[in-house]
Design a binder for this molecule. Sequence first.
Ligand code: NAD
Ligand code: UDP
Ligand code: UDP
Length: 323
Amino acid sequence: MARLYDSRKRILVTGGAGFIGSHLMDRLLDQGHDVICVDNLFTGTKRNIDHLHTHPRFEFLRHDVTFPLYLEVDEIYNLACPASPVHYQHDPVQTTKTSVHGAINMLGLAKRLKCKIFQASTSEVYGDPVVHPQTEDYWGNVNPIGPRSCYDEGKRCAETLFFDYHRQHGLEIKVARIFNTYGPRMHHADGRVVSNFIVQALLGDPITIYGDGSQTRSFCYVDDLVEGFLRLMETGREETGPINLGNPGEFTIRALAEKVIEMTGSRSTLVFHNLPQDDPKQRKPDISRAKAALDWEPTVALEEGLSRTIAYFNALLPTLKVA
Ligand code: NAD
Ligand code: UDP
Ligand code: UDP
C-alpha cells in the first residue's frame, strides 16, 4: 500500500511497548513516519511509550499477535515476544504461540499487503554454540525439550516460516539475529543480567552471579542495534538475512559484575547461585555479514552504554521503591 505522494510510510511495530521496540519507534517517528504499535503489554509497559501518546503520528493498539490482525501498513517490524528467560519461561506455551502463531499472522498480513517484513530473531537460534564466534551459516546446538526451548525453537520455527513465505509466496523478508542488547527501558525486574546487576548495585544488594561467572556474553547498546534494524530494512529485496546484529566485544559475566560495581561505586558483594539449565557457555557474534551488507558495526563501547543505562535506572529507582 505504498503511498505515492511522499516517502512517509505507515509502519507497524509489534512488541513496540517493549525495550527495543520503543527505541525503534522513536527513530521511525523521528524519520517522519507514521507508527502503529501493537502490543499486549505482557512484558512491555505503558511507561515505555508514555512520551508518544500525544504524538500526532503515533497509534497504540492493545492486541495479542497470536490472533489475526487486519490493518493497512507499508512495512512491518515483528518484535512481539518476551525476551528474558524469566519472562519467556513463565508461560512457555504462550511463548511458542507468540513466536509461531504470531509469525504466521504477521506473515499473512505482509502477504496480503505485499509489504516488507522484518523479524527480530535471536542468537538463541545457535543454542549453546560449539562454533565461536557464531556465523550465520552455523546451524546451532539447541536442546528441543529443555526450559529454553519454547523461546529457541519458537524463534527457529519463525525463521523457517519467514523463509518459506519468501520462497513460496515471494515475500520480502529481513531476518536479524539479535545478540544480547541492553540500555534504558529494559524492564527492571525481567531478570536479564545487565538490568539485574545495575539494579542490585544501585540498591546495594548482593550481585547474583549464576554459575562461576566464567560464561561469556557480548553486549550491544540499543541505539547501535536499532541503527542495524533500519539499515537492514532499507536493503534491496535480495537481502533476506539472516544477519547477526550484536557487539563482538566479549565479556565474562563476572567481569560485567565487577564493572557495574566499579561504575556505580556500589558496596554490593558477589553471591554465586546455580547456573540455570542449558545456559549457553559462550556467545559472540561474527558481524562480517552486517559490515559488508549494511556497512554497520556498533559504535557505543560497553562502558559508555552502561553509564547511560545506570543513569536511567538511577532515575527510575525512587519510583520502584514506592511501587
Ligand atoms: P521486551 O520483553 O522488552 O519486549 C517484547 C514486547 O513484546 C513487549 O512489549 C511485550 O509486551 C510484547 N509481546 C509479548 N508477547 C506478545 C504477544 N503475544 N502479542 C503482542 N505483544 C507481545 O523484549 P525486547 O528485549 O525489547 O525484545 C524485542 C524482540 O527482540 C523480541 O522478539 C526478542 O526475542 C528479540 N531479541 C531481544 C534480545 C535482547 O537482548 N534484548 C536479544 C535477541 C532477540
Ligand atoms: N492474517 C492476518 N491478517 C491479514 C491476513 C492474514 O492476521 O491481513 C492471518 C490469517 O489469520 C491467517 C494467517 O495470517 O491465518 C496466515 O495467512 P495466509 O494468507 O498465509 O494463510 P491462510 O489465510 O491461507 O491460512
Ligand atoms: N546471569 C547472572 N546473574 C543474573 C542474571 C543472569 O549471572 O542475575 C547470567 C545468566 O546465567 C547468563 C548471562 O548472565 O549466563 C546472561 O543472562 P540473560 O538472562 O541476560 O540472557 P541470556 O543470554 O542468557 O538469554
